[in-house]
Design a protein around this ligand. Structure first.
Ligand SMILES: NC(=O)c1ccc[n+]([C@@H]2O[C@H](COP(=O)([O-])OP(=O)(O)OC[C@H]3O[C@@H](n4cnc5c(N)ncnc54)[C@H](OP(=O)(O)O)[C@@H]3O)[C@@H](O)[C@H]2O)c1
Length: 280
């Protein structure tokens, strides 16, 4: 086992991350920026290159395997791939009693996490990658054993990466996964298509990229700031017989909207299947 720093025995108050990849890094950056001292943050990360990156970037304690450092942590954030969650839980469980568990793993049900870690204090979160720049959208679900104090602890962690939304029914997390968890990839897909179209019409790659990204940014901000329905904002851009109408009619003929709905439904189904596959 290795650590960048020497761990000190104290009342549990630390924050541990199990898995120190992309999503953990976004959360660690957020909590550090919102004032959590790096010496109270521990990361279990067996991958050597990921471990050294975490040490140099954040100055947190990094451990290659489970150990007594976990006893110093009252909150554990689970940021491993769903496929290895159960194995990692078996490694961690002997070292953590009465901790609050916050899982960002797609699909793994809170009942499985409770069972593997012998704790009812389980919150599931579904963040997305804009959390890396403090612009994340996270869906949250609390199991029955989670106290109001636990909820506010979770909110403090998650709010450091952007906005959040509590859902009352755990199955809705599959919808959150499909919409905002995977959503950045849909936006990138759309931007890529706009860029290709721009280049086909003679713009340079750089020009097309600037216009496509800027349009997404501006339209999103307009939506956010306006109290009017999105459909009305769209209609305002669509003059009768004009260019936007020509594009939207083509999209409607090709059933682009229906196909997007079907794609998001496929992601939702995959989230459900992942839970069934790796949650048992
Ligand atoms: N990325 C997203 O957009 C996104 C969005 C929402 C939710 N999530 C969820 O976030 C979780 C993490 O995703 P990610 O993209 O951050 O994955 P990632 O970058 O692959 O990070 C996971 C890290 O955990 C390490 N690991 C493997 N076994 C471990 C163990 N026993 N104990 C501790 N760490 C271990 C992995 O090392 P190795 O590489 O050596 O295996 C890897 O460095 C996933 O469950 C995913 O569903 C991700």
């Amino acid at each position: 086992m290795s650590s960048s720093n020497t761990s000190s025995a104290s009342t549990p108050s630390g924050l541990a991350f199990i898995g120190g990849g992309n999503m953990a890094s976004a959360l660690i950056q957020g909590v550090l920026q919102s004032g959590t001292p790096s010496k109270t943050i521990h990361v279990q990360e067996p991958n050597e290159s990921a471990a050294s990156l975490l040490k140099s970037r954040f100055g947190v304690h990094v451990w290659s395997e489970s150990g007594d450092f976990l006893r110093e942590c009252d909150t554990l954030v689970w940021a491993v791939k769903p496929q290895i969650f159960k194995l990692a839980a078996q490694q961690v469980a002997p070292f953590c009693q009465n901790a609050l568990h916050l899982s960002v793993a797609a699909g793994i049900p809170s009942s499985s996490i409770s069972q593997w870690l012998n704790s009812e204090r389980v919150v599931r979160a579904m963040p997305n990658t804009p959390a890396l720049i403090g612009k994340g959208q996270t869906g949250l679900f609390a199991a029955a054993g989670v106290s109001p104090h636990d909820r506010s602890r979770v909110q403090t962690i998650i709010a450091s990466t952007g906005a959040y939304l509590w859902v009352h029914d755990e199955t809705l997390l599959n919808a959150v996964t499909a919409l905002s968890g995977s959503g950045p990839a849909y936006v990138f897909y759309f931007i890529e298509a706009l860029c290709r179209a721009g280049e086909q019409m003679g713009l340079s790659a750089q020009e097309a990229k600037q216009l496509a990204i800027g349009t997404f940014e501006g339209a999103s901000a307009l939506c956010q700031q306006s109290s009017e329905p999105v459909a009305l904002l769209r209609e305002r851009v669509t003059s009768k017989g004009g260019t936007t109408q020509a594009a939207l009619e083509t999209m409607n003929q090709l059933q682009v909207g229906t196909h997007i709905e079907q794609a998001v439904q496929a992601a939702c189904l995959r989230a459900k299947t992942l839970g069934e596959e790796f949650g048992a």
